[in-house]
Design a protein around this ligand. Sequence first.
Ligand code: TXA
Ligand code: MG
Length: 344
Amino acid sequence: MITQLLSSRNGQEDIQIAARILRAGGLVAIPTETVYGLAADAFNPEAIRNIFKAKGRPQDNPLIVHIADLDALPMLVTSFPESARKLAAAFWPGPLTMVLPKAEQVPGEVSAWLSTVAVRFPSHPIVRQIILAAGTPLAAPSANLSGCPSPTSAEHVFADLSGRIDAIFDGGVCDVGVESTVIALNTPVPTLLRPGGVTLEQLQEVVGEVLVAPAVLNQLKDGEVAASPGMKYKHYAPKCHVILVKGSTEQYIAYVNAHQGENVAALCYEEDVKYLLVDAIPFGKKEHYDEMAHELFDRLRELDQEHFSTVYARCPDPKGVGLAVYNRLIRAAGFEVITLGDET
Ligand code: TXA
Ligand code: MG
């Protein structure tokens, strides 16, 4: 299959082409404000099955359904509780996904046959126009090969999925850079399943108590069931060996410099670069969590291209958007953490 390249430079024409492909049951990679998604008509089971094939995604990992209008909710969910209304008013359109009771007509393929469905109203103008032109909600996981870092540019999507999908719509580099925050609202207390651009602190301000699913911060024990199936997979794994190093700037630099070697690199803060004796790849300034989120996946892909064997990554504070950065990095590191001190 030849993958067609579409672009916002061609304006409405390419939006209509993308919509036609989707209506006919095809797969189109779309830009969103978080990461690129691999979209299909949420009501076409065969198209949904093709998403799983193209990505090599495990069948038990459910997809997020994207809408561009609140009027689409009744065809997707059986209830939209008060907490969901408040969160929608505060954060939609934007990088927040809500897990809600699924309407029967949503194909089981979308939700991995769970009784719930994840719904998101993205803010990126291109995806909104494509959903409206297609006239159907779009199911879309991140548009990477399963296990690779999520794509934050059309080039990343091309590298992973060219030849496997019908089209890629180039909408430039994604703004947020990590996937949406996922919150479950089918539980007695709202539960954070995946941290993202909408922070835990922001969620608590709107709905009060929010539990944090254990899989957000810790590795699941053998046999433990993940509230969000996606959290059980290693994920975001570059091919090199990534180790997360927790400690002060002085401790981090001393540790990395004491472990120099062939093909060793540091995934560090910009301020660290000049003190490091190994190849240093900065992913943002200290405590600039939005910047780190924006850069992280691009840097993880870069690590693979450079063929490093071991990478010592600085551990960000799990505060604000830092929680999302920490959550992705600890998975990239396969939960391997060296603790030199409490300070990050
Ligand atoms: O920002 C995003 O969310 C991007 C863009 C494309 O919108 N999408 C994305 O999709 O990251 P994906 O498939 O890579 O991640 C979806 C996550 C997975 O961890 C999945 O397990 C969880 O959401 N999820 C989906 N439906 C769920 C459900 N019914 N219950 C619990 N978790 C669910
Ligand atoms: Mg994904």
